[in-house]
Design a protein around this ligand. Structure first.
Ligand code: EPZ
Length: 418
């Protein structure tokens, strides 16, 4: 297993183009299953999770070709309807194939995704929403077994709580259902909005794009997906948090500053300077950041996927910060590791109190999940001395060669192949 050896402290300076969004490309790949022909998705990040999802799609009879950052998915000979456990257990987003398979094949057998490093990740909303469209779904021996031989019909469903994955899955079922569907309290994350745009461009009839209520008029067929993936707001936010933590000045290009507003607002509260252009952001940080109070919320609130990275920045703030995690109350696997680097953090249930210290100290730490691991990398860049991060495969799932990108900004990170 690869590990990172990081020497700090170093400040970050330079310019970087942000990659395409992992959480936008995965639903677009699943949406290709709704069509017959060749879908082409560009600006695709070169990530383990993307490669992995192509394996799932190929298991269903699709033919995937990843050429640089352009992915083509030919579904002309789609035949299968099963996503097996040994594939799904490695990437829970594989459950995205459920809605499209029920809509286009009339059958699906998808392994339950199981939990992850920070607790259970239920799929009840996916199942209830698809049942509202007439799918017959049962759980047998760890698999979701679904049938819709007469096709799906229009239905009404309200997501409680708002769910990115369930919104995508049920929406992909509804676009080919017979009749009208009304989906309420839908997620409005930019990645969901891009999926809605892509489906409309392929012939779907969807009203309410960008709002929490989607009205869908089912159609008989959709044209193949053609879309350029939006920039990864979480990769951009991670790099912004890195500047807040280590200091410096970095310009991020190819981003939509509007998608970053919830993160920008928090960093500005920490007295970090953010300058916005049409498709770029410049982040400037001098001294230690100011403390801040943050609560994670569904978009357009502060994203849970940025909680660990901002906590790392709060670890060196000039006072006491408070972070409340409302999406995944257990999402704190990074706290014990940040403490090893000298952070002073108290946990009370879903609330973290972070007492800022002057500087973190390098130490060996363990990567656990994607965003927690990214936070540890940022902390290692800012810490005094050597930090060794084990199990960096977690990071490779969601960040394209993060060590090369941070080194291009002045960090000193070496990947040791293990
Ligand atoms: C997506 O996961 C993202 N993954 C996650 O990013 C992100 O943390 C999450 O949305 C929240 O923004 C992808 O897009 C591939 P949810 P998802 O359904 O869809 C509850 C990363 O680091 N819930 O929006 O699984 C759930 O427990 C990953 O890139 C149910 O109760 O998240 C949570 O409390 C990590 N029942 C809340 O909804 C369900 O059926 C929001 O989860 C589904 C979800």
């Amino acid at each position: 297993m690869d590990r990172f050896i990081i020497h700090g402290p170093t400040r970050l300076a330079g310019e970087l183009a942000v990659s395409g969004a992992k959480n936008a490309v995965l639903p677009l790949m699943a949406a290709a299953l709704l069509t017959r022909g060749e879908s082409v998705v560009s600006n695709v990040p070169d990530l383990q999770d993307v490669r992995f999802f192509t394996t799932i799609l190929e298991g269903l009879g699709a033919r995937c070709t990843l050429d640089g950052h352009e992915l083509s998915i030919d579904t002309s000979n789609l035949a299968g309807f099963e996503a097996p456990y040994d594939l799904v257990r490695k990437m829970r987003a594989s459950v995205y194939v459920l809605g499209p398979l029920l809509a286009s094949q009339g059958r699906a057998r998808v392994s339950l995704p199981g939990g992850c490093a920070w607790g259970p990740r239920p799929v009840n909303l996916h199942l209830e929403g698809l049942r509202a469209l007439g799918a017959k779904l049962e759980l047998n021996e760890g698999y979701i077994e679904g049938e819709s031989l007469a096709g799906l019909h229009g239905g009404r469903y309200r997501f409680e709580p708002s769910s990115v994955g369930a919104t995508a899955n049920v929406l992909m079922g509804a676009v080919l259902a017979r009749g009208e569907s009304l989906l309420e309290n839908c997620a409005v994350e930019p990645e969901v909005t891009q999926l809605v745009e892509a489906l409309i461009a392929s012939g779907a009839k969807i009203e309410g794009i960008g709002t929490t209520t989607l009205q869908i008029q089912g159609v008989d067929e959709l044209q193949p997906i053609r879309r350029r993936v939006i920039a990864d707001r979480i990769e951009a936010g991670t790099l912004m948090a890195g500047v807040a933590l280590a200091g410096g000045r970095v310009r991020l290009t190819g981003v939509d500053p509007v998608h970053l507003r919830p993160v920008t607002a928090v960093l500005q509260d920490m007295q970090i300077r953010i300058d916005e252009d049409a498709d770029a952001l410049t982040v400037t940080a001098g001294e230690r950041p100011q403390p801040v109070e943050v609560v994670t919320r569904p978009y357009p609130g502060f994203p849970t996927d940025m909680q660990a990275q901002i906590m790392a920045a709060c670890a060196v703030a000039t006072g006491t910060s408070f972070m409340t995690e409302t999406i995944y109350p257990d999402r704190f696997t990074h706290v014990a590791e940040l403490r090893r680097l000298g952070a002073d953090i108290r946990l009370d249930g879903a609330q973290a109190t972070i007492f800022g210290v002057e500087r973190l100290q390098g130490a060996p730490v363990m990567a656990t999940d994607l965003r927690a691991s990214a936070a540890l990398v940022l902390a290692g860049v800012a810490a005094e001395g050597e930090t060794v991060i084990n199990r960096v495969y977690h990071i490779d799932r969601g960040y394209e060669r993060i060590e090369e990108r941070l080194c291009s900004l002045g960090a000193r990170i070496e990947r040791v192949r293990g």
